[in-house]
Design a protein around this ligand. Structure first.
Ligand SMILES: Cc1cc2nc3c(=O)[nH]c(=O)nc-3n(C[C@H](O)[C@H](O)[C@H](O)COP(=O)(O)O)c2cc1C
Length: 388
């Protein structure tokens, strides 16, 4: 079966009288999902840093990139598979770590539902440190589909080691260390509503279930103690000197998230990173920077010419299957989405997230089909040109 067959399914269902339940454009998805969320979550999920020029630019930058159609290269079968750390995935799509996804469904088990959507679509989940259910339960819900664990490195090194070893024991297949969030960015929407879910004790299940964190809070802590303890340890200001220690915590592949400069990519690989994740956190951390897709080509070139064979993961601003194709052509090995699947969960639980992911896979497949790029290897940088 091709991913593009999802459209046949939808047309056939419509012939039988069943119209699609969920929208197809990101704009509609966002507006419907935000209406379904509580006001506090709305600002937290949709908002970004500063006046959000970087956040908007992440998405609009894709409009300045044009895919070049090539004809008479049609292929009835497309191959969208990629290899990541020894695992072959049928599609290059990943679910980016989204800290409050647990709160995006009314039952507050959105992390488990993201895992269920992963099983239904084969799209791996990168589980955030900030979960509403413990990382072990989320890993169990991902079944046979690989899952990765994202680490926000705490100041307390024993806590960091504990989280990583729990992730390893739970079956996560890579550790993604986020580099750009040791301190939260300046987020006017959240500031205006006085809202930061973690400060209300939300999405801290990986801390409260952790034996090291428990020794820090003492037994049976109240929410205030949990939150104050969390604040005291949340973000370690990481430097290059910390990398050998981070590397020593695990034998799993280590992926560094937030790399936007080729020199940083090269240095990270030299220091033992196994994968580079080019991202500006969806524009939520530092405003005023360029669109993440504009950093990707140089980062990818640095990684691919290193001879390490390390994969490059990309996210920030991916809204359509065509965006996925463009990022692949510009050097991404795999492409992640954040808000799109969070909105799918908010709007329709597991079926909503599955629809979003299947739609992205279908549009990726059909774009490659129509434009004459039947495999990912065909997607080289000259498949994209910059347009004014
Ligand atoms: C509500 C929200 C929470 C996020 N939480 C995390 C997180 O816990 N860890 C992390 O590394 N990135 C986090 N991110 C960033 C995403 O992993 C990803 O980089 C970003 O969402 C990609 O941009 P997009 O939303 O435009 O797809 C979060 C993003 C959003 C929207």
């Amino acid at each position: 079966m091709s991913y593009g067959d999802y459209q046949n399914e939808l047309y056939l269902a419509a012939l039988g009288g069943t119209l699609p339940q969920f929208p197809f454009t990101h704009a509609e998805l966002e507006s419907h999902a935000l209406a379904a969320l509580t006001p506090e979550l709305r600002t937290y999920v949709a908002g970004g840093a500063g006046d959000e020029v970087t956040q908007r630019g992440n998405a609009t930058a894709f409009e300045r990139l044009a895919l070049v159609p090539r004809m008479l290269r049609a292929s009835a079968e497309r191959d969208l598979s990629v290899e990541l750390f020894g695992r072959r995935l049928d599609s290059p799509l990943l679910m980016a770590p989204v800290g409050v996804v647990g709160l995006c469904t009314p039952d507050q088990h959105g992390d488990l539902h993201a895992a269920e959507a992963s099983v239904a679509t084969g799209v791996p989940l990168i589980g955030s440190t900030l979960m509403s259910d413990p990382l072990e339960d989320v890993a169990a819900a991902t079944g046979d589909v690989p899952a990765w664990f994202q680490l926000y490195t705490p100041k307390d090194r024993d806590l960091a080691a504990s989280l990583v070893s729990r992730a390893e024991a739970a079956g996560y297949e890579a550790i993604v260390v986020t580099l750009d969030t040791w301190v939260p960015g300046w987020r006017p929407r959240d500031l205006a509503s006085g809202n930061f879910p973690q400060l209300r004790g939300k999405a801290l299940a990986n801390y409260t279930s952790d034996p090291v964190f428990q020794t820090m809070t003492g037994p049976d802590p109240d929410v205030g103690t949990v939150v104050l303890t969390w604040i005291s340890t949340f973000g370690h200001p990481l430097s290059w000197d910390d990398l050998p220690w981070l590397r020593s915590l695990t034998d799993l592949p280590l992926v560094l998230k937030g790399i936007c400069h080729p020199d940083d990519a090269r240095r990270a690989l030299d220091a033992g990173a196994d994968g580079i994740y080019c991202s500006n956190h969806g524009g939520r951390q530092a405003n005023g920077g360029g669109a993440a897709i504009d950093w990707l080509p140089a980062v990818a070139e640095a990684v691919h010419s290193s001879g390490t064979g390390a994969p490059v993961v990309f996210d920030s601003g991916v809204r359509t299957g065509a965006d996925v194709v463009k990022a692949l052509a510009l050097g991404a090995t795999a492409v992640a989405v954040g808000r799109p699947y969070a909105y799918g969960l908010a709007l329709g639980g597991v079926p909503g997230a599955v629809h979003v992911l299947r739609s992205l896979q279908a549009e990726t497949d059909l774009t490659m089909a129509v434009d004459g790029y039947p495999t990912i290897a065909d997607l080289t940088p000259d498949a994209v040109v910059r347009v004014p």
